[in-house]
Design a binder for this molecule. Structure first.
Ligand code: NDP
Ligand code: MG
Length: 344
């Protein structure tokens, strides 16, 4: 793939989105978790007729009802709707689609995703007579809801996989608008680009890369005889300050706020730690995503009951940095009320 520039990227705003396109029928939101809650409430407040597909009596059912939403078992919700948004965990899509949703879809309906995994890797194979598109907010559900309530929104990606009606893009933009996405701006992508970059980002940089960097730094200091509490402050706690600066204003804002010494150290030592070898490993991670190896392993892991995954997770949580962090965080009053995140 050739490197691309952003010069020609079109950002879709409210003027590009026909609000009426989503109001011709009912939207079923399947699942009432992080994204489900935000989408259902935003659509409802935008005047869209919404029904939430749930496991009757489950946590999602209880919450959605408490928030004033109609709920029904997944099959019934999908039958009542002409647009069905899949907002349960990705690994549930295959069985849920096959057993409950596919039988409920009529020609001309739309099947919508917030992440392209199930379609890209062929876990969900919709019939040709329905629209299939994606609306993926670039933020967690609670932010999607909070920004909407403030009259703003979280930027979204959208993509068309199948256009059976000739109106898939119009419907995708209408959906995006009603959750606040075109207020912030939406960019068109493909299922392939969204899924592969999303998986790569979380594995190599955001979750996998960042935590391994923190742990390696912590271990280096502790093994050199420094106390774990001090190592924790330097390698984990202060990461937030840097990430916030990067998030707010990129490299320039970070450089503006850190000391001259930190800047010089960054420039000369950073590339010694993350270097061409690291980048080579990143390319291998990307290759496994692109050729389906990662998806195949993760699906098999799920089918086998996730024992290996649980073992890895437990080992991660048993790291000494967790014990040190728990102790130190108990004295950070601002973290005790849920930290930086709000929840419902
Ligand atoms: P969650 O893990 O928060 O979804 C949990 C919800 O799914 C609960 O309501 C749960 O029901 C329901 N559920 C789970 N299994 C079933 C089932 N078999 N039948 C019916 N309902 C079920 O999901 P997310 O919001 O994290 O993710 C949803 C989609 O959005 C995914 O495709 C994800 O990749 C994508 N996405 C997520 C983002 C995020 O910020 N989390 C960001 C962008 C995209 P119950 O209450 O009964 O347990
Ligand atoms: Mg890790």
């Amino acid at each position: 793939m050739k490197p691309q520039t952003t010069d020609t990227i079109k950002v879709y705003t409210n003027e590009d989105a026909n609000p009426g396109a989503l109001k011709e029928g009912t939207v079923a939101i399947i699942g009432y978790g992080s994204q489900g809650r935000a989408h259902a409430l935003n659509l409802k407040d935008s005047g869209v007729d919404v029904i939430v597909g749930v496991r009757p009596g489950g946590e999602g059912d209880r919450k959605a009802k408490a928030h004033g939403l109609k709920t029904a078992p997944v099959r019934e919700a999908a039958e009542a709707a002409n647009v069905v948004m899949m907002l349960t965990p990705d690994m549930t899509h295959e069985a849920l689609f096959r057993d409950e949703i596919a039988p409920a879809l009529k020609p001309g309906d739309a099947l919508v995703f917030a992440h392209g995994f199930s379609i890209l890797y062929g876990r969900v194979k919709p019939s040709k007579d329905i629209d299939v598109f994606m609306v993926a907010p670039k933020g967690p559900g609670d932010l999607v809801r909070r920004e909407y309530e403030r009259g703003r929104g979280v930027p979204c990606l959208f993509a068309i996989h199948q256009d059976a009606t000739g109106r898939a893009k119009e419907r995708a933009l209408s959906y995006t608008r009603h959750i606040g996405g075109t207020t912030a701006g939406a960019i068109e992508t493909t299922f392939k680009e969204e899924t592969e970059t999303d998986l790569f980002g979380e594995q190599a940089v955001l979750c996998g890369g960042a935590t391994e960097l923190v742990i390696a730094g912590f271990e280096t200091l502790v093994e050199a005889g420094y106390r774990p509490e001090i190592a924790y402050y330097e390698c984990l706690h202060e990461l937030k300050l840097i990430v916030d600066l990067l998030n707010e204003g990129g490299l320039a804002k970070m450089h503006e706020f850190i000391s001259e010494t930190a800047k010089y150290g960054d420039l000369v030592s950073g590339p010694r730690v993350v270097n061409s070898e690291t980048k080579q490993r990143m390319k291998e991670v990307l290759t496994d995503i692109q050729n389906g190896t990662f998806a195949r392993d993760w699906i098999l892991e799920n089918q086998a009951g996730k024992a290996h995954y649980q073992k890895l997770l437990e080992a991660d949580l048993e790291h000494p940095i967790e014990k040190t962090g728990k102790e130190l965080r108990s004295r950070m009053a601002w973290l005790q009320s849920g930290g930086n995140r709000t929840s419902e």
